[in-house]
Write a protein that binds this ligand. Sequence first.
Ligand code: HEM
Ligand code: NAG
Ligand code: NAG
Ligand code: NAG
Ligand code: NAG
Ligand code: NAG
Ligand code: NAG
Ligand code: NAG
Length: 559
Amino acid sequence: MFALALFAYVATASAYVWPSPKLDALEAQRWDQDDTISGVASFVQPCSFFNFGPADGSETGRANGPDWIRTAYHDMATHNGDDGTGGLDASIRFEEEQSRPENAGTGFQNTLAVFVSFTSRHVSMADMIAIGAITAIENCNGPQIAFRGGRVDADAPNPPGVPEPEQDLSSHIASFARQGFTQTEMISLIACGHSFGGVEHKPFPQIVPELNEANNSLSVAHFDTTFSVFDNNVATEYIAGTTQNPLVVGANDTTNSDKRIFASDNNATMLSFAKSPDLFASTCATMFARMLDTVPSGVELTDVIDPLPIKPASVALVLDGDKLKFSGLVRLFNDTADRTVQILLDDRNGSTTTATLANDHSSSAMGGRVQSTWYAFNGTSNDDGTPGALSLDPAAGITRMRFTVDGKLEDQGGVGFAVQDGVVFSRSSCLTVAPADGGDGSGSDSPIAGRFDIAVRNGVNPARVFLEQEVQDSVNRTVVKETDVPPPAQPAAASASSYSIWSIDLKDTNRYTIGAEIDGAQFSTIDTHSLTDLAPCEGAKRRRRRLEHKRKSHGYGGA
Ligand code: HEM
Ligand SMILES: *[C@@H]1O[C@H](CO)[C@@H](O)[C@H](O)[C@H]1NC(C)=O
Ligand SMILES: *[C@@H]1O[C@H](CO)[C@@H](O)[C@H](O)[C@H]1NC(C)=O
Ligand SMILES: *[C@@H]1O[C@H](CO)[C@@H](O)[C@H](O)[C@H]1NC(C)=O
Ligand SMILES: *[C@@H]1O[C@H](CO)[C@@H](O)[C@H](O)[C@H]1NC(C)=O
Ligand SMILES: *[C@@H]1O[C@H](CO)[C@@H](O)[C@H](O)[C@H]1NC(C)=O
Ligand SMILES: *[C@@H]1O[C@H](CO)[C@@H](O)[C@H](O)[C@H]1NC(C)=O
Ligand SMILES: *[C@@H]1O[C@H](CO)[C@@H](O)[C@H](O)[C@H]1NC(C)=O
């Protein structure tokens, strides 16, 4: 227990201590912006990229990034500071909100269609909306924005409350006050947002006519000349009197809301932004963070999530015959130097094994201002293309990793990077009915059945072992569905006698992590598994080839 208290103390002194499944997932989404494992930035690279409309790219004038920023604002703008309702809670995903006149246009459904595949039990849609806005802004020349996680997706739409261009100045001041912003903050936040994008003809024909421009088929009148990147041109062009912002110079003054709002302090705020790009950037960093952190009362956000300098990822520990196979990567944040990276594997016997890691790939964030390098625990792939692994003795097991980078020890202030070897997937898992397509999962109609084997370390005695599947609840929030794995009536020894096998029969192609309750604590594996990854059982092969030989297989692989 003393060790645990010390652990907590260290955690507040540094960023946080790995592993922490929710923070690990949020940190990855926020900082590995264009990494193949997690990043959403490929949808805003280049910043003018728009992946909707016909495949020939014939719809021009819009971009994904501005839609993501507008989505974050419109989701937040229903916040009511008086009763604590509304805020950034992904209530914009409800059809009832999207069909309101205050949410005209297709930008919200486009945005959510991209983000949904990045959500998980750890990353809510509301957190993803915040991360998407941050990624778009940072990737497109904008300032670094502090990110906190922990937003909770609403279970119902919020009352209306997004400002509209035809409302008068006093309505807008009152609306932003309800959202938690002063008049000056209103001017700032709108100028920051309207550094991107513009007003499209189709949803706003009363503001923007058909433009008949060759490279602007959607007739979008942009807020400034550099509409797909962040800069203070929205202010310099406004002050210079050259602006084409359709909410300033629109033919009908009733809908010129930016004109009324920008001039409402005699242009003092816009003048300061026009004079200083740095002031504009730093003000926008603060205002965007305030916007994204406006959440319903009762929602507790995490501390600002700073990147871990040394971070393991994709870590998998599985029992494979008479070996434990350990694979994964470690990220050196914002470091492109060619380093010598070693992993130190501490086992249950108090011994340490060392291996040298191989440079695997690099990734970037903030439009290339952050560059990270990833090293693989074993850089040699298996024949089937899966990542190579380090082989460990099951009897000795593993308790934690440490790393050295050019000889310098990285161990999270002494605690190391904990690895649990109590309950792991066993490669003796196999298919009893292989689908007709050969098991790549594409033949979803063809029957599949198989057996998951879970290896439970002798002496660990879990209260429960279960499979975890991420599913959507009735309002599309990701929740975890648990399926208990029954303890074996007579524990069958795995070929490596340090583990016993618990088995469950399955008939689906879902991906599962393995959960367990040990000594009152619950954990999940990081690695996921599916029947579609498995080879036919020994017995299944024989049954198909030699039907007379009906022997039930208990072949647990290995030996
Ligand atoms: C009085 C307040 C506001 C009014 C009346 C207003 C009005 C509008 C209108 C009419 C559009 C055109 C939408 C379309 O054609 O799809 C628009 C676009 C946009 N707004 Fe605002 N807005 C306001 C505040 C904000 C704020 C506070 C932000 C963010 C901080 C923001 C960010 C954006 C962005 C990024 C776009 C471009 C969307 C795109 O090009 O797809 N707006 N706004
Ligand atoms: C269209 O092309 C002109 C001239 O190259 C450019 O200034 C303008 O920004 C482009 N508009 C769009 C919507 O790409
Ligand atoms: C839930 O997801 C389904 C399928 O993508 C979609 O049709 C529906 O509109 C979504 N509803 C909400 C509230 O997100
Ligand atoms: C100007 O816009 C307002 C609000 O949309 C509308 O009621 C009014 O009829 C418009 N005026 C003209 C001259 O089109
Ligand atoms: C604010 O600046 C705009 C653009 O230069 C100008 O047209 C307007 O008269 C100014 N308004 C005030 C109140 O200074
Ligand atoms: C990343 O590294 C660059 C170059 O060393 C540095 O200028 C920048 O501040 C770093 N960024 C972050 C977010 O740590
Ligand atoms: C790395 O993986 C390859 C492919 O599975 C294997 O042949 C090799 O022995 C492994 N190397 C180490 C150091 O474990
Ligand atoms: C670790 O300890 C176990 C149990 O004492 C023993 O069986 C095993 O041989 C030891 N393994 C190593 C690698 O020292």
